[in-house]
Design a protein around this ligand. Structure first.
Ligand SMILES: O=C(O)CCC(=O)C(=O)O
Length: 254
C-alpha cells in the first residue's frame, strides 16, 4: 500500500493519519479470533486491568504464526518505509482490546518519551501503524491526538510506574495553545499511523462495544536500541529487518 501525496501531507501536518478500508472483513475476523485465543492464556506478555479484564497482549508475533506473517504485510511495512525512507524492524507489537464496559483509559503521552529514555531509542524514527479490529468511535475509546504536536519534539514527562504520562498542567497548556483535539475514529479494517512524538491518549470504554486495536511499532534498523531497560517482549532486541510481503497474510505459508 502506497500513500498518496495528499495522505503524506496530511500525516506530515498532523502527525497521524487514518487510511480507510485497508484490511478485508475476512482478515479482520481472523485477527479478532486469534486475539480472543491469545487472551485466553496467562503469560507475562499479557497484561490485565485491575479487575482482570484484558488490557494489552505484547509481542504476539513472536509466538503466533498469523501475527508473525502480519508484521511483514506490505500494507503495514510499505507506508512506514515510505515515510521513514529506511529499512525497518519490529520494535513493539501489541493488541489493546479496550473491552466493553471495562476498558481503562490511556493518559496523554508521547511514545518517544518512553522509547528514548527507557528503551534507548536514539532518534524519533520509531513509528506506529495500527489496525482497527472494531468500529472505533469517540464513545468506545478512540485515540485522541493533538494535531501537529509531533513537531514539538520530545516533551517533559515524569516516570510514573514505568510509564511517562504527561502532567495535567502540561497537557492543559498544550491543548489551550493547539487548535483542536482530533479523534482518530474509523471502521474495522482501517489503518491508523502516528508519529512517535504525536501527543495522544484515549478515554475508557464504558459502552457495550469492544474497541480492539492491533499496533505494530516499526523502528529504523539504523536507529536500533542502545541499553534498553524494559522487558524484551515490550522493547524488542532482534533488529532483523522486515521484508514487505504482497498479498494477504492469510494466504501466506506459515
Ligand atoms: O490503545 C489505546 O487506547 C492507546 C494505546 C497507547 O497509547 C499506548 O499503548 O501507548
Amino acid at each position: 500500500m502506497k500513500l498518496t501525496d495528499v495522505q503524506l501531507q496530511n500525516y506530515r501536518d498532523n502527525g497521524f493519519l487514518v487510511v480507510p478500508g485497508v484490511f478485508s472483513p475476512e482478515e479482520v475476523q481472523a485477527l479478532r479470533e486469534e486475539t480472543i485465543r491469545i487472551f485466553d492464556h496467562e503469560r507475562p506478555e499479557i497484561w490485565r486491568e485491575k479487575n482482570g479484564a484484558p488490557r494489552t497482549a505484547f509481542g504476539c508475533h513472536e509466538y503466533n504464526d498469523l501475527f508473525r506473517m502480519l508484521v511483514n504485510d506490505s500494507r503495514l511495512v510499505t507506508p512506514v518505509e515510505q515515510i521513514t525512507g529506511e529499512a525497518l524492524y519490529v520494535h513493539q507489537f501489541k493488541v489493546n482490546p479496550k473491552v466493553a464496559f471495562d476498558g481503562d483509559p490511556f493518559p496523554w503521552h508521547q511514545d518517544f518519551a518512553t522509547w528514548h529514555p527507557d528503551d534507548g531509542m536514539p532518534l524519533p524514527k520509531g513509528m506506529n501503524i495500527a489496525i482497527m479490529l472494531d468500529e472505533v468511535t469517540s464513545s468506545n475509546g478512540a485515540l485522541m491526538f493533538v494535531p501537529g504536536s509531533h513537531k514539538l519534539g520530545m516533551l517533559e514527562a515524569p516516570d510514573i510506574n514505568g510509564r511517562r504520562w504527561m502532567e495535567r498542567k502540561d497537557v492543559t497548556s498544550l491543548i489551550r495553545s493547539a487548535s483542536d483535539i482530533a479523534v482518530a475514529a474509523g471502521q474495522a479494517g482501517d489503518v491508523l499511523m502516528f508519529h512517535g512524538n504525536a501527543v495522544h491518549g484515549s478515554a475508557g470504554n464504558i459502552t457495550p462495544l469492544p474497541r480492539r486495536i492491533l499496533y505494530v511499532t516499526y523502528n529504523a534498523v539504523s536507529n536500533a536500541l542502545r541499553n534498553p531497560t524494559r522487558a524484551p517482549f515490550i522493547a524488542h532486541r532482534t533488529f532483523e529487518p522486515v521484508h514487505a510481503v504482497e498479498g494477504s497474510f492469510l494466504q501466506a505459508n506459515v
